[in-house]
Design a protein around this ligand. Sequence first.
Ligand SMILES: [Zn+2]
Length: 241
Amino acid sequence: MPDLPEPLDVIAVGAHPDDVEVACGGTLAKLAGSGRRVGIVDLTDGEPTPFSLGPAARMEEAGDAAKVIGAVQRIQLDFPNRRLFDCFEHRIELAKVFRRHRPRIVIGFGEGTPMASPDHLQAQLITDAAVFYSRLSKWDDHFDGLPMHTIQRQLYFRLAMEPMTIAANPFHILVDITETLDQKIAAMECYQSQFAHKNGMADRIRAAATMTGSIAGVAAAESFAAARPFATQDLFAAVGF
Ligand SMILES: [Zn+2]
């Protein structure tokens, strides 16, 4: 059996470097700040984009953003940007990451983004399948001998600029990011290639977090939906005490 690294508590999966920061950077920073081991997977390098100096510069930005968030691991897979498609090989590659790093929670896209990149919906399909493939038995030869691993919870995020919740999914959870909103904005601002030319982007993301938080009476929040509903053993903890 291959040597395995110390497990991660949570892995967030984006299609492009910056997706995860925009969608759930505040939550990841909060988890990291409380001692959780946070990992980020970018399925593509996100390049080309109009104002970027190229993949190396984008990867440097992603590394800086991961440091701001406090992620202990950032993994970039080499799937193709702009023509990302759900397929068997991509499912296997991502499931290998899950089997190697053994997260308890996986967070990723939960819907398409019309008029923005179609890669996001494909990322959801790949992530859904990889979460399932990660726990399949009698299939180890597809995964370089990595042992099967059951991911206990899967959550869907939304990009901060999208509508406030995933409309088709009733199982919503808001995470209070009042204390880490500045970290989220700072992580986002590491991506000069993506946001420097878009005036007011930080304000929009801050406003979206504020609006989402106002639903639950906190200063700022990020919204998630459970891929499948789950039960709590502790009602007080589940309702925020
Ligand atoms: Zn994206």
